[in-house]
Design a protein around this ligand. Structure first.
Ligand code: SAH
Ligand code: SF4
Ligand code: F3S
Length: 453
């Protein structure tokens, strides 16, 4: 009998990857995914702890699930197992069990391979189950080989955890120490994805460019080497990686952007701030100018590289001049797109203890608005600069409008184009008619061959 599995995913792409693996693990037990929690036999919240707002969602979502369960049971639909996974589970497991005693199981990002055992335990009526240890054996050793569904564009986690300990960040505590999967394991997983129809793979890691996995030769291999090996795989059209730390942007990796065709000209390289004083207080371990030099070098190797970043405004002690330094760095780099956040104090992180230095909420909001205005201006100008140009677009899915497909440019822009659906999965040349704030609109180039890959 098939059972319905609902998974709600918050946070970063690593959580998206983990959610897909949880579905894979539960599939042999008869669970298949359902898009709403209404009739679910099992509901998993895969949570994010990165900022207060993200983390708070856990409890409101749990309340909603509890109601759904009540309605389902009253209608004679049977039980619903409620589970909390991910980074809030790791950071606040005991607290969740206390505040939400109706939750059946709580497990961290490194323990979900134990789901079948946990379900068996729950079936024996053992009460609430908490799994937040960091296991000695990595979860990857226990994931099933067969994925239940593959996407045209898919994520593949190659590295996990973080040893950088930026002063604001919970990731080293929620995901644990840095760990790299072996090249063999990754290449096999990539081959399975490609066989299932994947054309674009994004290699994931909290510090993906710190990757140093073992190869068949028992030697450690860098991300650049891994990318080079993956680029040899037949049928793979595009490779990307995220998220990188400036300290690990090695010469070899910069050169990969010049030398490896299928490595897309897009890089997400967070800098967080432009003031050296704040960068030091954040424990980022590089200066603004060092970051600028990395960007310059990358652009000599790959002049059309599109840059993306993350910014935090209102870090404890940030003066107006510090903030101006961030604005100046943004002007100097010129981003194709970026993410920006107000600093959010996180329990247990060093920065959260600097109470005397906290920036008032209204100052943070005002700075964020100015910063986002600049970033939006850059993004729009960037997208407009494509008008009239032809770009290869990987057509991924149908859009909302009749006959419309949505795909991505090499530079990560969403591209809307009128096209027959049989072109989904192919890379087509598109002439850009319009560059908008968040996307491009274009027309299929008539010469682009029907048989193009
Ligand atoms: N590993 C990645 C980022 C992981 S978190 C890296 O090192 O870049 C994603 C982004 O969330 C961070 O880049 C940062 O900009 C933001 N972030 C993390 N902790 C935060 C906090 N306490 N308050 C506000 N933003 C935060
Ligand atoms: Fe967090 Fe810094 Fe590690 Fe990124 S590098 S995950 S921001 S501690
Ligand atoms: Fe959030 Fe955990 Fe990712 S805190 S950003 S889900 S690593």
């Amino acid at each position: 009998m098939t059972k319905k599995l609902y998974i709600s995913t918050y946070g970063c792409q690593m959580n998206v990857y983990d959610s897909a693996r949880m579905a894979d693990i539960l599939s042999p037990l008869g669970y298949s995914l359902t898009p709403t929690p209404d009739h679910a036999d099992m509901a998993i919240l895969n949570t994010c702890h990165i900022r207060e707002k993200a983390s708070e969602k856990t409890f409101s979502e749990l309340g909603r699930l509890r109601n759904k369960r009540r309605v389902k049971m009253e209608a004679g639909g049977g039980e619903m197992t409620i589970a909390v996974a991910g980074c809030v589970a790791q950071a606040e497991g005991a607290e969740i069990m206390k505040r939400a005693p109706y939750v059946n199981m709580v497990f961290g990002p490194q323990s979900y391979h134990k789901l079948p055992e946990m379900l068996a335990e729950a079936a024996r009526g053992s009460g609430q189950i908490l799994e937040t240890d960091f296991p000695v054996e990595p979860k990857f050793d226990h994931l099933p080989d067969e994925a239940i569904d593959t996407n045209l564009s898919a994520f593949l986690t190659v590295q996990e955890g973080c040893d950088k300990f930026c002063a604001f960040c919970v990731v080293p505590y929620t995901r644990g120490a840095e760990f790299s999967r072996s090249t063999t394991e990754i290449i096999n997983e990539a081959k399975r994805m490609i066989a299932g129809g994947t054309r674009e793979i994004t290699l994931l890691g909290q510090n993906v460019n710190a990757y140093h996995g073992l190869g068949t030769d028992d030697q450690s291999h860098s991300l650049a080497e891994l990318i080079s090996q993956l680029s040899e795989l037949d049928g793979l059209e595009r490779l990307r990686y995220t998220t990188s730390h400036p300290l690990e942007m090695t010469e070899e990796l910069c050169q990969a952007h010049r030398d490896i065709d299928i490595l897309m000209p897009y890089l997400h390289l967070p800098v967080q701030a432009g003031s050296d004083k704040i960068l030091e207080a954040m424990n980022r371990r590089h200066t603004g100018d060092e970051y600028r030099r990395i960007i310059e070098k990358l652009r000599t190797y790959r002049p059309d590289l599109a840059l993306s970043g993350d910014f935090i405004v209102g870090f404890p002690g940030e003066t107006e001049q510090d903030f101006e330094d961030t604005m100046q760095l943004i002007r100097d780099v010129n981003y194709a797109q970026a993410y920006s956040f107000k600093y959010s104090p996180r329990p247990g992180t060093p920065a959260a203890a600097q109470e005397a230095q906290m920036i008032p909420e209204e100052v943070k909001s005002e700075r964020l608005a100015r910063l986002q205005a600049l970033l939006n201006e850059q993004q729009l100008a960037y997208n407009r600069s494509f008008e009239g140009k032809t770009v290869p677009v990987l057509l991924e899915r149908e859009g909302k409008r009749e006959g419309q497909l949505i795909g991505r440019s090499p530079y990560m822009q969403s591209v809307y184009v009128q096209s027959p659906t049989h072109r989904i999965g192919r890379v087509a040349d598109v002439i850009i008619d319009e560059g908008n704030a968040n996307s491009l609109r274009g027309t299929l180039k008539s010469s682009s061959s029907e048989n193009a890959a």
